[in-house]
Design a protein around this ligand. Structure first.
Ligand code: PMP
Length: 326
């Protein structure tokens, strides 16, 4: 599957062209395939947007070589941007509320980035404000802001989606992805609808998250443990276009936790909670297509496994449900 067989010049050349692998839990339903994004060098799907956004901003002159990229992020996006910045003669600065995962902050620093902490009690809002203040103090500095930057979705329209369609000779019935910023799903959905306007598109979120309200559903806000997907404040989800989405599937943490264990034990996938939620939603859609409840143009469902469980071992993802912390 992976096409990196020749020697490559840079770690950036290893981003993308990840394997697409069958998920086997419902053998009598239509096939489900997952794109294994932990094969990227920063071990998540966000390497794609790090490389894509930074290159695009260098190409159009928004950033000059030697410049600084400042992003308020505590997660995979920071690692993805740090990998790319290091190879593209750019500096990376991340503004991170203190309480966020220490492992991820260590990886960002190891990649040469600067991490600035803001007090946890001030939340992500303060981190965003601080990022913009810092950018204002420097020449040649930008805040890519993945939540509102169309380049985020474009990275998936240009890379993730075409790779999937190539692998399946265009025979894709449904695309399914958990939404954090919504960039992955929006890029895939736009591409999918161009290939076939009736491609079924489903967003995935934990129970307690509010993406469902975009489709006019009632959703009760609550805390959840599933990481990287979901929203508590839909005003921040500027990329999400409900017109491109047929359904929002909510998965309770307890089922996601069980599916994380099953994926590891039965299928050898050391993937994190957002992948497990995507797996469950995709398997449900595969059964609905088989039963004629969803009318899809082809008998297949595709999704992404965004990152690896190794990044969350300290949060107890493989301990009991009660011991799993967020
Ligand atoms: N899974 C994980 C583990 C993530 O870190 C993210 C990004 N927050 C997502 C899924 C969701 O991706 P997107 O931001 O493209 O919606």
């Amino acid at each position: 599957m992976t096409t990196h067989r020749e020697p490559l010049d840079s770690v950036l050349d290893t981003i993308g062209e990840t394997p697409l692998v069958r998920v086997h839990a419902s053998p009598d339903a239509v096939p489900v395939y997952a794109k294994l994004e932990s094969f990227n060098p920063g071990a998540s799907i966000k390497d794609r947007i790090g490389k894509y956004m930074l290159k695009a901003m260098l190409d159009d002159g928004t950033l000059e070589p030697g410049g600084t990229v400042i992003e308020p992020t505590a997660g995979n996006t920071g690692i993805g941007i740090a990998v790319a910045a290091g190879q593209l003669d750019l500096n990376a600065v991340f503004v991170v509320p203190e309480r966020f995962s220490v492992e991820k902050q260590q990886l960002m620093r190891a990649l040469g980035a600067e991490v600035i902490n803001t007090p946890s009690e001030d939340g992500m809002g303060r981190a965003i404000e601080r990022a913009h203040e810092l950018a204002g103090e420097l020449d040649n500095a930008v805040v890519p802001q993945q939540f509102s930057n169309p380049l985020n979705a474009e990275a998936h329209y240009e890379t993730t989606a075409p790779e999937i369609y190539d692998a399946l000779d265009g025979e894709v019935g449904a695309v399914v992805a958990g939404c954090g910023t919504g960039g992955t799903l929006m890029g895939m959905a736009e591409y999918a609808r161009e290939q076939h306007p009736d491609t079924h598109v489903a967003a995935v979120e934990p129970e307690g998250s509010l993406y469902a309200t975009f489709l006019g559903r009632d959703a009760e806000e609550a805390e959840y443990k599933t990481e990287g997907i979901g929203t508590h404040d839909t005003s921040t989800n500027e990329l999400f276009d409900p017109d491109l989405v047929d359904d929002v599937i909510q998965i309770p943490d307890r089922r996601t936790h069980e599916e994380m264990q099953r994926l590891a034990r039965e299928e050898g996938h050391l993937v994190a909670s957002s992948a497990a939620a995507n797996s469950l939603a995709s398997l449900q859609i595969a059964r609905d297509i088989r039963d004629g409840e969803i009318d899809a143009p082809h008998d297949s469902v595709v999704t992404v496994f965004a990152d690896s469980s190794e990044r969350y071992l300290s949060k107890g993802v493989y301990r009991s449900f009660e011991e799993w912390e967020n």
